[in-house]
Design a protein around this ligand. Structure first.
Ligand code: E4P
Length: 221
């Protein structure tokens, strides 16, 4: 299972990379705006900076919505760096573009996926990744993880090679449940990944081990 971090914040990407468990990065226009990255040149330079921190795939989202524009923008993004994956929205023009990119060997991430039917279309078009948004479905009282389960079943039935990238991950239980279901990748904030470290029995146990070591050393003197 791969761990992607869902941010455009270079410090957080570096922290996750230094932890040794980072397999890639996903961004979107909202995440870029949150970091104050505006203007085409700054955005391009920021993608390059992200690629210099991680060795894995970096999803860069197009802001175009017509086939011709998605192709033009996506090709420019793909040419920036070999790690760039062109992130394309789940719309009719997007599906056509994913099919086109797939024929050209350009990696794609089909984003804003909220149903099994959409995920089936993305796989048929040859998307490298499909991004079902778990957290946003949960937000509207719909079981986001049930969608991951359905997509896993459908892709396995037909041996689709599209990777299930469980997106909009909000907390560590999303990651654990996505792993149980067999999602290929999760993408979430750094906090959802580092929360996996935590268990009170680990903390208490370590305090006790260190105290016992120090007490024994004192007795030795
Ligand atoms: C997917 O790649 C998106 O960037 C992301 O996971 C959306 O997450 P959010 O619902 O927390 O904004």
């Amino acid at each position: 299972m791969k761990f992607f971090i869902d941010t455009a914040n270079l410090d957080q990407i570096t922290e996750a990379h230094n932890l040794g468990v980072l397999d890639g990065v996903t961004t979107n226009p909202s995440l870029m705006a949150k970091e104050g990255i505006t203007g085409d040149l700054n955005i391009i330079n920021h993608y390059k900076a992200i690629c210099s921190v991680t060795d894995g795939d970096v999803s860069a989202e197009v802001i175009s919505t017509t086939f011709e524009e998605i192709i033009r923008e996506g090709q420019e993004l793909a040419e920036l760096h070999e790690q760039i994956v062109v992130k394309v929205p789940m719309i009719k023009e997007g599906i056509k573009a994913i099919k086109y990119f797939s024929g050209k060997g350009i990696k794609t991430n089909c984003t804003l996926v909220f149903s099994a039917g959409q995920a089936l279309l993305a796989a048929k078009a040859g998307a490298t990744y499909v991004s079902p948004f778990v957290g946003r479905l949960d937000d509207i009282s719909t079981d986001g993880l049930a969608l991951i389960r359905d997509i896993r079943l459908i892709y396995d039935n037909y041996d689709f090679q599209t990777k299930i990238l469980a997106a909009s991950i909000r907390h560590p239980m999303h990651i654990i449940d996505a792993a149980k279901i067999g999602a290929d990748v999760i993408t979430g904030p750094l906090s959802s990944i580092t929360a996996l470290l935590k268990h009170p029995l680990t903390d208490n146990g370590l305090v006790q081990f260190l105290a016992d070591y120090n007490n024994a050393a004192l007795k030795d003197k």
